[in-house]
Design a protein around this ligand. Structure first.
Ligand SMILES: [Cu+2]
Length: 128
């Protein structure tokens, strides 16, 4: 097996450093540090059913029901997939994503991830 040359190792390290340096810059462009949010699914409802979020924030849904659920954008632009009883799923908020979501299995379950206006304006300048 060939060992990578020193030059290859160096360029790999530079690339890794550049990627690491770039990622926080993209998140900072949203105007603040990314935050973590927890949404509980209980009694066939999302709790809380309204969150103000910004691109880069992470939202985790925990299913406390015995039935499986999903968190699925009404326009299908994002989807946690099936979250079984006692399990959880996370997504990182993207730019321009649909805000209203439902459970695919129980469409009467509805909630909102509202994108903060200021963050949205700033991210539009940064990302487009
Ligand atoms: Cu459901």
């Amino acid at each position: 097996m060939r060992r990578p040359t020193r030059r290859h190792l160096l360029s790999r390290a530079v690339a890794a450093f550049a990627a690491a340096a770039l990622a926080p810059a993209r998140i900072r462009a949203a105007g603040r540090d990314p935050r973590e949010y927890l949404v509980e699914i209980e009694g066939f409802a999302f709790l809380p059913d309204h969150l103000r979020v910004a691109p880069g924030d992470r939202v985790t849904w925990v299913n406390k029901d015995i039935a499986p659920h999903t968190a699925t954008a009404v326009d299908g632009s994002w989807d946690t997939g099936t979250i079984r009883a006692g399990e959880a799923a996370s997504l990182v908020v993207g730019n321009g994503q649909a805000e209203t979501y439902i459970c695919r299995f129980h469409p009467q379950m509805s909630a909102r991830l509202a994108l903060a206006d200021g963050d949205r304006d700033q991210s539009a300048r940064t990302f487009t």
